[in-house]
Design a protein around this ligand. Structure first.
Ligand code: NAP
Length: 289
């Protein structure tokens, strides 16, 4: 049995569906999920939702405030969830002999170089990245019995799910102008591959830090153009540089990650961004018929 803290999140929902309620306990806070249990990580203890004698081997920590500018805008609130509540849950898990699987981020890096491996020194330039790194460091100080998965941007091929592809698709349909940075580079991963990776890491009882990303790096503009080509849609796209966009917190330039360690340890292969855009376009066309 595993525990999914934040089974109402985008990633947590997919994970909870894949495991099912017979193999997983899932929690939600503000958005109830079927078979889920209410858990407010800032105010409750795990013992309030998971009985001490429950046979749980791993807990996947999906709850967070993952919006970069929201973390910066309200530091106190985001620290309370992303740092203090995460650490409190981790400490309780470790005391109970449950292995934490912490979902971290590419934003632990400064984006000056890209192609980051697990050996590269983190140097976050955002509040969000700093919060995730603080939790990673707490884990490493306390135990070797943990998994940290540093996720690249996660997308879905389902046009009805709100991710980067459906957002662009909507903007194109609405005739909106889209600013796309040429110098923002990342290695987005499809949510089904995130689920496969979490399952593999748990099944194989792996420990340590792993990068979860597609091996190929894309600029934001490049990925948008690829999607437009697959959708057969024209649009008003303005290529720009990151510094032209007005974000509250600093955006690192090249956050591409090297997933070789995880692929080697699990034997998995990940779908590439091209086939992700292709499947998204097919589904979007089917829905509009
Ligand atoms: N999505 C990505 O591209 C991406 C990339 C890198 C890393 N990550 C990491 O992966 C994890 C999941 O991301 P996501 O995008 O799937 O998240 P999400 O959809 O934004 O969901 C956030 C989750 O946090 C829960 N939550 C909020 N306040 C809470 C509280 N006080 N107590 C307990 N739970 C609370 C929410 O529960 P309710 O909705 O029920 O309130 C929800 O389950 C996060 O840790 C994120 O940092 C995501």
């Amino acid at each position: 049995m595993i525990l999914i803290l934040g089974a109402s999140s985008f990633i947590g929902r997919h994970l909870f569906r894949a495991y099912g309620p017979a193999r997983a306990i899932g929690t939600y806070c503000g958005r109830p999920v079927a078979d889920g249990r209410f858990f407010d990580a800032t105010r409750m203890r795990l013992a309030d939702v998971v009985p001490r004698d429950a046979a749980v081997s791993h807990a996947v920590l999906c709850f967070a405030e993952p919006k970069i500018d929201a973390c910066k805008a309200d530091r106190q609130r985001s620290d309370a969830l992303n740092v203090r509540a995460a650490i409190a849950a981790i400490d309780e898990l470790l005391d109970r002999g449950i292995t934490p699987v912490f979902l971290s981020t590419e934003y632990v890096f400064d984006g000056r170089r890209g192609g980051y491996t697990e050996e590269d020194p983190p140097n976050p330039t955002t509040v969000y990245g700093g919060q995730k790194l603080e939790v990673e460091r707490h884990l490493a100080r306390r135990t070797a019995d943990f998994v940290v998965l540093r996720l690249a941007k996660v997308f879905s091929v389902d046009p009805e799910e709100e991710t980067i592809l459906s957002g662009w698709c909507r903007q194109l349909r609405d005739g909106e102008t889209i600013d796309a940075a040429t110098d923002q580079v990342f290695s987005p991963i499809e949510v089904r591959d995130v689920v496969a990776a979490v399952e593999a890491v748990i099944r194989r009882n792996l420990r340590g830090v792993f990068h979860l990303a597609t091996p190929e790096a894309w600029s934001r503009l490049g990925m948008l153009r690829l999607l437009m080509e697959r959708l057969g849609m024209e649009g008003r796209v303005i290529p720009c540089r990151l510094e032209d966009l007005r974000f509250l917190d600093h955006r690192p330039r090249d956050l591409s990650l090297d997933p070789a360690k995880l692929l080697g340890a699990t034997g998995l292969t990940f779908r590439d961004v091209r086939s992700g855009c292709e499947e998204f376009a097919q589904r979007a066309h089917a829905l509009s018929r």
